[in-house]
Design a binder for this molecule. Structure first.
Ligand code: KG4
Ligand code: ZN
Length: 379
């Protein structure tokens, strides 16, 4: 069979992205052909977070140039496309609307199938895209185990800015959520911790960079790791964030700084203290995730009815240097292949949308022109 090219479109938050993947037939890995991402970080920097109205307006301006670039980098015209996949849930409603409207227009005018893809589920597909089908080659030391050609049933871990959850996957399109954060998503906690430490937006990568400086001591400050009961696969990061806030600024009401009467300001931190706080937060946050991942792997067979063949991971925080290291160690300790996407595919991108779109097409799913943006995930 000649390759079928699928265009992916992603506009759920503040990245405008388009990608082309090639489907060379059932049983073959989906091949990434081109992937273009236009970020908006500088538009949101002064607000230290994404402003939905600014994001959706920026998508309107950026989307068609990004789609054109993805096509030209792939060396194809629109007439060469066999389907259009779009991340239609979850996300900011105005942002999703831009991508969904463009995808519907393209699919209708080209008379090709339209596919609605869940963005959170797509994060778990990013690491399976060939030519990087064995995860991040740079980070995966020779010790790391190769992914089997059929990775399912798999244990899934998504850690992004909006979502943090564990899944049992029986197939790329068949997922059951087995645990999730009960408050902040992990990326959101990193971003808030960065703000507490006075670091600029985007917080997560800046905190990672600071915590990775030579001399940074992840054990300098004791911060809590939420266990939520002996059997729970849920996670919680808001207590960790508040503990960091109080460690940095002192108890509210006891001093005179700011309307809450903190004892200190983050501006009083020495460079060494800021670095140690960053490393201590990062260590506690990553250990909290690893604790739940270990529990989930222990329980996998009873939940899935079969042993775990692979651990699939994805979402912006899988770009974190400490988490990547710990995931690789976890794979080796438990003798299970752990797939971590290459850094560019951890954060939001359209390659993962197009890739999961191929799997939906292979499984016989198609959307129609009633496809609507939905702010929440399916599960
Ligand atoms: O998956 P993503 O691009 O967007 C959502 O679907 O939410 O994830 C973005 C999140 C942000 O919170 C960002 O700070 C975090 O991923 N992130 C990181 C790192 N790179 C991105 N967090 C910690 N360390 C990093 N290196
Ligand atoms: Zn995402």
């Amino acid at each position: 069979m000649s390759a079928r090219l699928v265009l992916g479109i992603e506009t759920s938050c503040d990245e405008t992205a388009a990608a082309i993947v090639a489907d060379e037939g059932p049983g073959t890995p989906v091949r990434l052909v081109s992937s273009v991402v236009a970020g908006q970080a500088e538009l949101h920097a002064e607000y230290a977070g994404v402003v939905p109205e600014i994001a959706s307006r920026a998508h309107v301006g950026a989307l068609l140039p990004v789609v054109r670039r993805a096509l030209s980098e792939a060396g194809v015209g629109v007439e060469g496309l066999h389907a259009v996949a779009v991340g239609h849930r979850p996300g900011l409603i105005g942002s999703l609307l831009v991508g969904v409207s463009a995808a519907k227009g393209l699919a209708w005018s080209l008379d090709v199938p339209l596919l609605g893809v869940d963005h959170v589920h797509a994060h778990l597909y990013a690491g399976l895209l060939s030519p990087h089908a064995c995860g991040d080659r740079a980070d995966r030391a020779p010790r790391a185990l190769a992914a089997p050609s059929d990775p399912y049933p798999a244990l899934g871990l998504v850690v992004s800015g909006g979502h943090t959850a564990l899944y049992v996957l029986r197939a790329p399109t068949e997922l059951t959520r087995i645990g999730a954060t009960i408050d902040d998503a992990l990326g959101e906690a990193f971003d808030k911790a960065a703000t507490i430490l006075g670091l600029p937006h985007p917080g997560g990568p800046n905190l990672d960079a600071l915590a990775s400086r030579p001399g940074a001591n992840g054990r300098a400050v004791r911060l809590p790791i939420a266990r939520l009961g002996r059997d729970s696969l849920d996670m919680s990061f808001s207590g960790l964030k508040t503990a960091l806030l109080y460690a940095v600024r002192g108890t509210p009401g006891r001093g005179t700084v700011g309307p809450q009467g903190y004892e200190r300001s983050e501006a009083d931190l020495t460079d060494a203290a800021r670095r140690d706080f960053a490393a201590s937060f990062q260590r506690a946050a990553v250990e909290a995730v690893m604790l739940k991942l270990t529990r989930a792997l222990d329980r996998f067979e009873s939940l899935a009815g079969a042993p775990c063949r692979t651990v699939l991971t994805g979402g912006g925080v899988t770009a974190n240097s400490l988490l990547r290291r710990r995931l690789m160690e976890f794979g080796n300790e438990h003798a299970v292949p752990v797939i971590v996407p290459e850094p560019a595919l951890c954060v939001d991108n359209a390659a993962m949308i197009a890739g999961l779109g191929v799997e939906l097409l292979r499984a016989g799913h198609k959307a129609d022109l009633t496809l609507s943006p939905v702010p929440t995930t399916a599960c």
